[in-house]
Each structure stands twice: as structure tokens, then as C-alpha cells.
Design a binder for this molecule. Structure first.
Ligand code: PRT
Length: 102
């Protein structure tokens, strides 16, 4: 990044992307039905399969927290957030639909 530019998507330099930036990316891939997208494949598999993945990832978050430390837990949380976003897309929910309950 050149001096003076701001980083629009990641929480800090070199650090992934924000919840909203990932949601925007996934929304666009779903809208375009982008070939090769794992997200499109998961949407096509349906809510039941997406839900099973959420439960699996939630269990992995729990196990990482108990046995693997903070960094591994953060990684598992990122995967859980991804699969929650896929479910949101499947139900045509927007982040604001969630945020209003926070
Ligand atoms: N952040 C993620 C992300 N987190 C988790 N996952 C998926 O969830 C899986 C979780 O890992 P597991 O250890 O459970 O792997 P697994 O048991 O092999 O899981 P399955 O693939 O069999 O379900 C990963 O292998 C990915 O398939 C993700 N897939 C995509 N993204 C991001 O989503 C965006 C769009 O991705 P595509 O739609 O694939 O282009 C990109 O920016 C990606 O970085």
C-alpha cells in the first residue's frame, strides 16, 4: 500500500477482511453464480447442508478454545463466520438484519 492510502477491507494491514467486506464479496459471487466458487456450491447444496457445516464449525471453535489456544480459535471462528454468512445469503438476510438484534 502506498503512503496515504487507506485499507478498505481488512481490519489491519495484511490481516484478511472485515465481516462486511466478506459478505459483499460472497453476495457478488452468488449474484453472478461465479464458476468455481465454493460459496455457490454450498448455496446450491441448500440450508440443511449449510446448517450441518455451521454446527461442525461451532464444535471446532469450542475444541480449539479448550485445547489449541487463541490463534487456532480465531481461525476456526473465521470459518464459522464464513458459514454463517453463507446461511444468511441462502435466506436472503443482510448484515443489517442481524445487527439490529445486537
Ligand atoms: N473465508 C472463507 C472460508 N472459510 C471457510 N471456508 C470453507 O469452509 C471449509 C472449512 O474447513 P474444514 O476444515 O471444515 O474443511 P473440510 O472439512 O474439507 O470442509 P468441506 O469443504 O468438506 O465442507 C474450507 O475448506 C472452505 O471450503 C471458506 N471458504 C471461502 N472463504 C472465503 O470466501 C470467499 C469466496 O470463496 P469462493 O466462493 O470459494 O470463491 C473467498 O474470499 C474465501 O477466502
Amino acid at each position: 500500500m502506498t503512503s496515504g492510502q487507506t485499507h478498505q477491507t481488512g481490519p489491519q494491514d495484511g490481516a484478511g477482511k472485515s465481516f462486511d467486506a466478506l459478505f459483499a464479496e460472497l453476495s457478488e459471487k452468488a449474484r453472478l453464480r461465479q464458476p468455481g466458487s465454493g460459496t455457490v456450491a454450498r448455496l446450491d447444496a441448500g440450508v440443511h447442508e449449510i446448517g450441518k457445516k455451521i454446527v461442525e464449525e461451532a464444535a471446532e471453535v469450542w475444541m480449539a478454545a479448550e485445547h489449541e489456544g487463541g490463534e487456532r480459535t480465531a481461525e476456526e471462528i473465521s470459518q464459522l463466520l464464513y458459514h454463517l454468512q453463507v446461511l444468511m445469503l441462502a435466506l436472503e438476510l443482510d448484515p443489517t438484519d442481524v445487527y439490529r438484534h445486537l
